[in-house]
Unconditional design. Structure first.
Length: 448
């Protein structure tokens, strides 16, 4: 649904873009049409030919009026000069080119300067002409006037046709723009509705996220309360039970019958295991909430590792497994939290012991690599399949659930190891061969 909606919105935006481009091109075409008619080039030839015709008539009138009043000779020469200058301008500007575009024959206009030149001297000395000579000139120019009038009519018709074509084009472009405008309005309206729909959907998603956040906060509170219950309601009575069993095991409450020794040992071992599980749960919660505290101080690694082996020796003995540290042991000192690093070694050693067979050997080694201390714990147990590598350090993950359950564990140990080592600026990893054994190793910064 989301994909199809996004596709539809993209299609609408694309249509809007195409519409805007079309409108812009249409407006550009309209501007071109307006400029072609607005610069006067279409009507210029009409005005020019009409002007020549008018000046020709003015000259005829002045020449005819001279017969009535010879004192107007200056007016005749003036009108003749004006006509001459106007006819001579046919070779300038774009009038001739436009007349050619109109397919109008303007040869008459080009020949008029020769005619005017022929009568120039006579007109300039109009008083020396006889009446018959002046009448011949008048009739000649009157006949020319009719021909000029025909040229003007043809130019007017061509100009009118061009103007009509331009008008129709302009109306077509205007209609197209109106259609495009309506389409754009519809598209913009659809876009606004779609954006409004997006806004409503975003608000709904925000409300859903707020509800999930409230639920997550409630779950976090519930988890914290659960951890608190574990810490208080389980650890407190467990401590009492463990203390009572320890007193019985030590004979403080009297001699323990032989038949009670094994059940008491089983109960004591399970108390330790249950206490370890509770500690793992509490530590995992502290790591996830960022509440775990560390006390860093210099640690002599050879001494520290020897103490860890001694501490876990009895546990290893219960499985028929021996622990040792590989010699020689370099004197390396790191800065760390001894208690938390003890948790790391406890998890690695207990895992190595639990997944080894009776009679196997677990080796702890220490070496310096690239200026860092590298601690390794190697067993000769069943190994870890390569397919399980990605989930080994995840919380509540176990490589073999059935076997793991038989040997105990929450699936939190290695995730705690990873969190503690990374808090010390180190890295933890492992190498394993199925059926041959596994080596877990982590590195720490040396104190210089």
């Amino acid at each position: 649904m989301k994909l199809s909606f996004d596709f539809f919105r993209g299609l609408i935006i694309g249509a809007l873009t195409v519409g805007l481009i079309t409108a812009a091109l249409s407006l550009a075409h309209m501007r071109t049409q307006i400029l072609s008619i607005g610069n006067g080039s279409a009507t210029g030839p009409v005005w020019y030919v009409t002007g020549v015709e008018r000046e020709l008539q003015e000259f005829e009138f002045a020449l005819a009026y001279y017969e009535l009043d010879p004192t107007t000779a200056n007016n005749v020469t003036l009108r003749f000069d004006i006509l001459w200058s106007m006819v001579a301008s046919i070779s300038q500007g774009d009038v001739a080119a436009k007349l050619e575009d109109f397919n109008v024959d303007y040869a008459l206009l080009e020949q008029m300067p020769e005619l005017l030149k022929k009568h120039d001297a006579a007109i300039m000395d109009i008083g020396a002409l006889t009446r018959e000579e002046r009448m011949d000139i008048l009739l000649e120019f009157r006949a020319l006037n009719d021909e000029v009038h025909q040229v003007g009519m043809k130019a007017l018709q061509a100009s009118s046709a061009e103007t009509l074509t331009w008008r129709e084009t302009l109306l077509s472009v205007s209609n197209n723009n109106a259609v495009v405008g309506i389409i754009l309005i519809v598209i913009v309206t659809i876009l606004i509705l779609m954006f409004q729909f997006d806004r409503v959907a975003a608000r709904r998603q925000l409300r859903e996220k707020d509800a999930l956040l409230v639920a997550a906060e409630a779950a976090s509170v519930a988890k914290s309360q659960f951890i608190s219950v574990i810490n208080h309601e389980l650890r407190t009575p467990l401590t009492s039970i463990k203390g009572a069993i320890s007193l019985m095991s030590a004979g403080a409450l009297g001699e323990v019958p032989k038949t009670f020794e094994r059940p008491i040992n089983i109960a004591e071992r399970n108390c330790r295991q249950l206490s370890s599980l509770i500690s793992d749960l509490l530590d995992a919660e502290k790591f996830s909430s960022g509440a775990m505290e560390y006390k860093f101080e210099p640690i002599n690694l050879p001494q520290f590792l020897t103490e860890q082996i001694e501490t876990h020796a009895s546990f290893a003995d219960s499985y028929g497994v021996t622990l040792s540290i590989q010699s020689p042991v370099p004197e390396l000192i790191v800065n760390g939290d001894a208690h938390r690093l003890g948790q790391v070694m406890s998890n690695l050693l207990s895992n190595a012991v639990k997944f080894s067979k009776s009679g196997d050997h677990v080796t702890v080694s220490l070496e310096e690599q690239n200026g860092r201390a590298v601690v390794s714990v190697t067993d000769t147990g069943r190994g870890i399949p390569e397919a399980a590598r990605d989930k080994v350090f995840e919380r509540f993950q176990q490589v073999d659930s059935s076997n793991e359950r038989e040997r105990g564990g929450t699936g939190l140990g290695l995730s705690i190891v990873k969190a503690i080592v990374e808090a010390h600026g180190g890295h933890v990893d492992f190498d394993s061969v199925v059926g041959e054994g596994t080596t877990f190793k982590f590195d720490l910064s040396l104190v210089k």
